[in-house]
Design a protein around this ligand. Structure first.
Ligand code: ES4
Ligand code: ZN
Length: 326
């Protein structure tokens, strides 16, 4: 349709993307083959069939298992470069990427191999596709504060090449307050602060992300809608929420895209953006997320423009770069 073509034609920014969640089944087989790793699947279709999740944890179990094929610096390079190539086709011009360092270092992969593979691909992607990018070190919240501190220390040689730190993985039972001190330290180092909150967790987790972690963006934030005072605060602060429609559908945060709160959030004046989260696992890259949610909620051209603009407003880009792409 005309709206689909409009969405495809717009330059976009993506602010919520886990690079390990862009690992496509074909790549998983190729890397398993070259690294001599046995997979519990025989075909690409087997993998896609297995991607049916009842909640966040069911997804995370397959996500951490899948990334075990990532072994070498070249694997991290290839993963990242393929993602950039894919979003270039979606006219995505800027991306801020999370990586889960601990999910690799705990398997014995060197931190340097992970981050240098990713950073080298980001540099090549800018040269080849004109996509600007930032990298965010995300702490796994099911692991300890001490483990997060250790990971922040391992990143020391790369602080100037990191935009910030994030917080992801199993939300329930792991409130933002668990990471108060490591976020304070990250802030003192000049890093930006991001946290997943209110995806499955209650509004109090969003308050903690704001008040205790002092985050610069909230990832997801859907459940903020249960608390009117919280909504008013997020609106008045102009806090960016990185919403992920197909992720919410696949993880049963919503039962149907027609019941997704995105349009409500927009109409309340929240600074919501559209993102793909883990595109290989959730069935779509950035344009698919825009198209599926636009169709389900009957979004207007003005809604789409607002969402795209929110993406650039919430991004860490120079005004000159924004001018160039918007
Ligand atoms: C994630 Cl959707 C989501 N939520 C929490 N942690 C994650 N890690 C990768 N995707
Ligand atoms: Zn996420």
């Amino acid at each position: 349709t005309q709206l689909h073509e409009f969405i495809k034609s717009l330059p976009k920014a993506e602010l919520h993307l886990h690079i390990e969640g862009s690992l496509e089944p074909e790549q998983m087989f190729e890397m398993a083959r070259r690294n001599g790793i046995a997979l519990p699947y025989s075909t690409v279709d087997d993998i896609r069939t297995a991607y049916a999740f009842g909640n966040l944890q069911e997804f995370l179990d397959l996500y951490y298992a899948g990334m075990s094929v990532l072994q070498t610096r070249q694997d991290f390079y290839d993963l990242t470069y393929a993602y950039l190539q894919r979003i270039h086709a979606d006219n995505c011009r800027h991306v801020e990427i999370f990586f889960d360092a601990q999910a690799h270092t705990e398997r014995g992969i060197a931190f340097a191999d992970v981050i240098e593979g990713i950073l080298n691909a980001l540099e090549q992607g800018e040269a080849d596709f004109g996509i600007t990018s930032h990298l965010i070190l995300s702490f796994l919240r099911h692991l300890s504060e001490e483990d997060a501190f250790k990971t922040l220390e391992q990143a020391e040689p790369y602080y100037d090449r990191l935009l910030g730190v994030g917080l992801d993985s199993s939300e329930m039972g792991h409130p933002p307050s668990k990471f108060e001190r490591v976020f304070a330290k990250s802030n003192a180092l000049g890093l930006k602060l991001f946290a997943h909150a209110g995806e499955e967790g209650p509004p109090i987790y969003v308050y903690e992300a704001l008040d205790i972690l002092k985050v610069d963006r909230i990832d997801h934030g859907n459940r903020s809608l249960e608390d009117d005072a919280l909504v008013n605060r997020l609106v008045s602060e102009g806090m960016t929420l990185t919403v992920c429609p197909l992720s919410n559908l696949k993880l049963c945060v919503v039962d149907d895209l027609k019941n997704h709160p995105l349009k409500t959030m927009l109409d309340l004046g929240l600074a919501v953006t559209v993102n793909s989260d883990d595109p290989s696992y959730f069935g779509g890259y950035i344009n698919d997320n825009y198209i599926r949610i636009a169709d389900a909620l009957d979004l207007s051209k003005d809604d789409i423009v607002k969402l795209v603009k929110n993406g650039f407003d919430g991004a860490y880009m120079s005004d000159a770069r924004k001018c160039e792409v918007m």
